[in-house]
Design a protein around this ligand. Sequence first.
Ligand code: FES
Ligand SMILES: [Fe+2]
Length: 345
Amino acid sequence: MLVTQHAVLRRFWYPVIPIADLTNSPQPFTLLGEPLVLWLTNQGEPAALRDRCCHRSAKLSMGIVQNGCVRCPYHGWSYNADGSCMNVPQLDPDVAIPKTYRVDAFLCAERYGYVWVCLSEDPLLPLPEIPEAEVPGNRLIPQFYEPWQCSGLRVMENSFDNAHFSIVHAESFGVTEQPKPARSEIVPLDLGLKVYATVPVVNPPTQQKNLNIPDRLTVREVESTWYVPFSRTLKITYPNGLMHLIFTAATPMSDRTSQIVQFCIRNDSEADASAESIITFDRQVVSEDKLVLESTDYDTPVDVSCEQHMPSDQPGIIMRRQLAALLKTHEVHEVQKAEPVLVKI
Ligand code: FES
Ligand SMILES: [Fe+2]
């Protein structure tokens, strides 16, 4: 599946940038091959436009924010969050700005400290709801924001694959003497998936401190949720009641590149475990996954007959089937819409 080739993938929300990165200037981001400029309006709300001035096509992300608008770096035309040109410095102020002076605007919102964008006016799903983010006393720790050279589908199925721990994560939490994966309860949703499992894990010394569990071995109660197409939460609860919930998105930049956006939510405090130490351990785990995922084909097939499977691959198979059905439904829909035109010709 080449993500830029399927218009239906434009109908989902994706986290694209930490909102704090917009504090001083507009920033570029490429979502599904679409170049965007992102900035904060005077109300502090994020805005997203196509990163191309309608005058001479300069990149608006190279400009500045002025009066809540993004100002083009070339001749200084300014655009508001709707994409309308609000100021042309070369025109007298009493001259009306033509309505055709505009660029495309996209749905844009802030959630969990990140700016989210949907490239369609008609999203198929709302932004993921994470109730644990709203619980007073829980803390949210931003973890990783970086491009990986692999497909979002590979990242998602890896997140639900409990058969790779003893191999890929042998140096971090994998139980090398037990390669057989733990049993899971799998609950497919209309669009999405939930998996419940009890997973034995190794606790290296740094993690024993992070978790306040002074044992080499422990178990994780896991509740994983897949949000179509490329986001997930992994809610881990340890025997001492500690919750470590990880949100990961593999935001599709292009066919080959996914922007990894990861934060975690915990019900402990900085005095219990420092954010730095938590990030250090999760960095090790994530780097182990990255190394192997970047070696996989980025044109990841949704046709399950194209690769071989084992019983523990069931979540990835469900993902592929749901995505295949989604693509088929929307491609069929487009063909049906095109038919009357073909008949007329
Ligand atoms: S190219 Fe943007 S104002 Fe001229
Ligand atoms: Fe992994």
